[in-house]
Design a protein around this ligand. Structure first.
Ligand code: NAD
Length: 300
């Protein structure tokens, strides 16, 4: 029996793809693995987190990631800079972390302040310490079907589908969004698993019709409630990557996805909620990538 079969037995029977539950399981598996290694006398894996500026959402994400490391037995090293930090200062920090033997993974929380070029900062990371899997080397490895550290959000989606036993081969997959962070890599990963993939974007004509062809529909557009239930083919598997904060009439704010959940849940065979779907899987994959990097470092 595979881990996926084991999990399927534990998961609630509904059409919700429960990312929180699967992420907790993955995190527990990692904790057990790390504990086992430490018991054999090895050091703990280490993740360095670099946070620049005062974006409130970034502060929340980083806090959650550091807490998740602690629970999994991964050491975290926190480096914080003011929003006006210079590029050489950031690069010097990355250089030190690249050469620090206790650091296996480095995460630079995005987005960066406007004066810092994201590509230059990401390219400064050692590819084998690129915990977010966004270095051009790792993206190139993905493109050529070779091993490497994979971007966390798309990797988390693939693990979620796998753990729920969703068959991909031969299916029609539609990805809405073509960012380097989500859209392009998830399209490649679905294709690697033998789906026939269509990539949509802001200039796609008749988006609703294209979405209706999908057996597996992944939406990463950053447009609140854009995909309606009527855009979803009956029985499709829907992955909602979007995280949008909206103001409610009572003045409070709420997180919603790119898919109108209430109508889509009636049509889909499986669907991720927001929050509690893709987000927790992203954090779990950051830890998984750190442990993978650690294993590479300990073998060498
Ligand atoms: P992005 O802005 O870089 O890219 C958005 C993509 O959507 C673009 O390729 C654009 O062409 C496409 N798009 C925009 N409007 C569209 C429209 N009306 N119709 C069709 N396509 C359209 O965003 P991103 O970084 O890929 O993130 C997308 C969403 O996913 C955001 O809401 C982001 O917050 C969320 N996100 C969530 C996680 C997570 O862990 N859950 C991780 C990363 C991103």
């Amino acid at each position: 029996m595979t881990q996926g079969d084991e999990l399927s037995k534990q998961l609630d029977v509904s059409n919700i793809l429960d990312g929180k539950q699967v992420a907790n399981l993955v995190r527990e598996e990692l904790r057990l693995k790390v504990d086992g290694l430490v018991q054999q006398g090895m050091r703990r894996p280490g993740l360095a987190v670099v946070l620049i500026g005062d974006n409130p959402a970034s502060h929340v994400y980083v806090k959650n990631k550091v807490a998740a490391c602690k629970k999994a037995g991964i050491e975290s090293f926190f480096h914080q800079f003011d929003a006006n930090v210079s590029l050489p200062e950031v690069l010097s920090c990355i250089d030190k972390l690249n050469n620090d033997k206790n650091v296996d993974g480095i995460l630079v929380q995005l987005p960066l302040p406007k004066h810092l070029p994201t590509d230059v900062v990401l390219e400064a990371l050692r590819p084998d310490k690129d915990a977010d899997g966004l270095h051009p080397y790792n993206l190139g490895q993905l493109l050529s079907g070779k091993e490497g550290l994979r971007p966390c959000t798309p990797k988390g989606i693939m693990v979620l589908l796998e753990r729920y036993g969703v068959a991909i081969a031969g299916k029609q997959a539609v990805v809405v969004g073509r960012s380097n962070l989500v859209g392009k890599p998830i399209a490649l990963m679905l294709q690697e698993k033998n789906a026939t993939v269509t990539i949509c974007h802001s200039k796609t004509a008749n988006l609703d019709q294209v979405c209706r062809t999908a057996d597996v529909l992944v939406v990463a557009a950053g447009r609140e409630n854009m995909v309606r239930g009527s855009w979803v083919k009956p029985g499709a598997v829907v992955i909602d990557v979007g995280i949008n904060r909206i103001e409610m009439p009572n003045g409070e704010s709420q997180l919603v996805g790119d898919v109108e959940f209430a109508s889509a849940v009636e049509v889909a065979s499986l669907i991720t909620p927001v929050p509690g779907g893709v987000g927790p899987m992203t954090v779990a994959m950051l830890l998984a990538n750190t442990v993978t990097a650690y294993e590479m470092h300990m073998i060498v």
